[in-house]
Design a protein around this ligand. Structure first.
Ligand SMILES: *[C@@H]1O[C@H](CO)[C@@H](O)[C@H](O)[C@H]1NC(C)=O
Ligand SMILES: *[C@@H]1O[C@H](CO)[C@@H](O)[C@H](O)[C@H]1NC(C)=O
Length: 261
């Protein structure tokens, strides 16, 4: 069979040499609204970053660091000034990157779109992933885990979280243990209420935050041609995925969005 260029949203072309390549796409969010998303690949650093703004103003970003097997989610949540909240609150969630989660950075760097006005909807909706973030990342040591952490999580110095199971993997890869700090022990945490159930704004609780990557290239597509001996990369498959993070906060007021237990 032949490649069907008319049906491919994006084509893999010969890369231009030089600076990191960027792509802006219009995407449909899970709630039906449309927003703009930017995707950038840096093949020198073997990394991909994605950024989108939710209709409520929250800026969500995702960084995949293939060199260090690290992915970083960041949310910049706008405060409600009339309720006395600060201008924004930043959260960073750092977990292990598996290399089949998203296309390689060198392929991402070659993506171009034929129709920038098109509103894109992911071909595949991947299931919600719930993550229990039980370890804090020491920001000043974060560069030992990934060089991207200092830039991406600069606003979340006291709110950068990861998980014990990912820490175990990184320690085996030789990452220094000084990066990681235990949060209150599991036994104590088990006693902690969800923030939605806590009235006293000074009390610790377990907060939940959800975000979605509305559209990202999750797989390469291969085509066959009579003129070529082997299948060749001819496009991408797009995915959407949602994540829900549970994490400890020392004070209820750091989790004001969590109203519904
Ligand atoms: C983070 O690590 C540095 C260097 O090891 C240490 O001095 C500092 O106390 C740590 N921060 C926290 C909050 O533990
Ligand atoms: C990306 O790579 C360049 C060199 O190619 C380097 O100067 C820069 O610090 C790297 N950035 C990150 C975040 O790794």
């Amino acid at each position: 069979s032949r490649a069907r260029p008319a049906q491919l949203l994006l084509l893999l072309l010969v890369p231009l040499l030089g600076a990191p390549r960027g792509l802006r796409v219009r995407v449909r969010l899970p709630d039906g609204q449309v927003t703009e998303e930017s995707l950038q690949a840096d093949s020198d650093n073997d990394s991909i970053s994605l950024e989108l703004r939710k209709p409520d103003g929250t800026l969500v970003s995702f960084t995949a660091d293939f060199k260090k097997d690290v992915k970083i989610f960041r949310a910049l949540i706008l405060g409600e000034l009339e309720k006395g909240q600060s201008q924004f609150q930043a959260l960073c969630f750092v977990t292990r990157l598996h290399h089949n989660e998203i296309i390689p950075s060198e392929a991402m760097a070659k993506l171009r779109q034929k129709n920038p006005r098109a509103v894109r909807q992911a071909e595949e909706v991947r299931g919600l992933e719930q993550l229990h973030m039980d370890i804090a990342v020491n920001f000043s040591q974060g560069g030992l885990l990934s060089p991207h952490l200092h830039n991406v999580c600069a606003e979340a110095v006291d709110a950068t979280y990861t998980r014990q199971e990912d820490v175990q993997f990184w320690l085996e890869q030789g990452v220094d243990s000084s990066v990681f700090e235990a949060l209150p022990k599991a036994s104590e945490r088990a006693e902690l209420p969800r923030c939605g159930q806590v009235v006293d704004r000074g009390k610790p609780c377990v907060c939940r935050y959800g975000l979605s990557l509305a559209w990202y290239p999750c797989m390469l597509k291969y085509c066959h041609s009579r003129d070529r001996p082997a299948p060749y990369k001819c496009g991408i498959r797009s995915c959407q995925k949602s994540y829900s993070f549970d994490f400890y906060v020392p004070q209820r007021q750091l989790c004001l969005w969590d109203e519904d237990p």
